[in-house]
Write a protein of this length. Structure first.
Length: 390
């Protein structure tokens, strides 16, 4: 096992009614004036936003609102949040929503605590020296941003999607009540399930050796998601199934199955450009691109794909190469059973040859980097994967 650091300082409060403790937790972590950050109207219509804000009022905590976060959160909204927080002397940011809202909140927190422009962090031009405090009330089981060190932002200028990770990027607390996910549309529920599986697979496909424990945890996590997703297809308000998937979303991205970038993140990097260019949902973009990536790289690690298939799907095939291909098909069948796309056409987009060139250029940072771990992918490889996914 390689050397690594593991740092997950987020306090998790999990279960029914957990959101009632929001004021208590804000106070615990020193918050005196809060930015309540959220997305569209669903948190208001559901009554959750009022419940959260009533808790803050009853706890004697002042707050201001900033809604309007969209999927694939935008830099323009982050800048708006930074300006508002400075004007209102905000010292704590409370994200009420899913991964997009939490990522936007983290970016605002970086902007308040660092002298450099916030986008320069995401471009790698500078490193964070701190961040304002962030707490989360989770409403979607998907991204795992509630306990991860990562956030992803899209720059409206050029629609470039970039991620940034640092130890300052952890939320102080995460309130997780599975009941808050009951009213999610089916598409969002299962797009989230794909994201959970992908966060796990990205770490699973590592070139490291001696990863038996991590791999076993990852396989169990994926089996758990598949089993409970099947329940939710018939019983969308099954608390036990919602709870298993919500906890899986956290464990899939907080480092338990392989910390930091010890893994192969090519699928995520390929998808970032798809959602940047076409505005697709992240989980749906991942399911659309994964099969093309997997078939392109499978010969570099057939034994890893085969182990995965045997331990997750019970594939009974002693030949690694054959079992590996069956594993890829099995995941695509699962995604299809969730009504998730397994090609760009099913995703509803048909990139032109010129758009394929642009996607490959952006993903390779203008041909200045390779992506992937089990197989290094340059700009031509990247373009071939996008083309194969059509």
């Amino acid at each position: 096992m390689e050397n690594f650091e593991f740092y997950v300082p987020t306090k998790v409060v999990f279960g029914k009614g957990a959101q009632s403790r929001v004021a208590e937790l804000v106070k615990e972590f020193g918050g005196k004036k809060v930015l309540v950050h959220f997305g569209g109207g669903s948190v208001r219509k559901s009554g959750l936003l009022k419940e959260i804000e009533d808790s803050l009022v009853n706890g004697g905590i002042d707050f201001v609102e900033l809604g309007g976060v969209v999927p694939n959160p935008l830099l323009s909204k982050v800048r708006e949040g930074i300006s508002l927080c400075k004007k209102e002397n905000i010292d704590f940011i409370l994200a009420v929503g899913g991964g997009s809202v939490i990522d936007s909140s983290k970016a605002i927190a970086y902007g308040l605590a660092n002298d450099c422009d916030v986008w320069d962090l995401y471009c790698g031009k500078c490193a964070a020296r701190g961040a304002a405090s962030v707490g989360a009330v989770l409403t979607i089981a998907a991204a795992g941003s509630e306990t991860s060190e990562s956030s992803v932002i899209t720059n409206d200028d050029g629609m470039l999607k970039r991620g940034y990770s640092s130890d300052f990027g952890h939320c102080k607390f995460a309130i997780m009540n599975p009941e808050l996910t009951y009213t999610l549309p089916k598409f969002q529920t299962f797009s989230g399930c794909v994201d959970i599986v992908m966060h796990t697979l990205e770490r699973y496909f590592s070139k490291q050796k001696d990863t038996m424990l991590q791999d076993s945890i990852a396989e169990a996590l994926i089996r758990t998601v598949i089993a409970n997703a099947k329940i939710l297809q018939l019983e969308p308000e099954n608390y036990a199934a919602r709870a298993e998937i919500m906890w899986a979303s956290t464990l899939s991205h907080n480092g338990v199955t392989g910390y930091r970038f010890i893994g192969d993140w090519a699928s995520h990097q390929l998808e970032h450009e798809l959602s940047g260019m076409f505005g697709v949902a992240h989980g749906a973009g991942l399911s659309a691109i994964w099969g093309a990536w997997a078939r392109y790289v499978v010969d570099a690690a057939p034994e890893k794909f085969a182990r995965l298939g045997r331990n997750v799907f019970g594939i009974d095939d002693s030949d690694d190469s054959s079992a590996a291909l069956k594993t890829i098909s099995s995941f695509e069948n699962i995604f299809s059973s969730w009504d998730m796309p397994t090609s760009l056409g099913e995703l509803g987009i048909k990139p032109t040859d010129e758009q394929l060139d642009e996607l490959a250029r952006k993903c390779s940072f203008d041909n200045s980097r390779t992506i992937g771990a089990i197989k290094k992918l340059g700009i031509e490889d990247i373009r071939k994967i996008y083309a194969a996914a059509r």
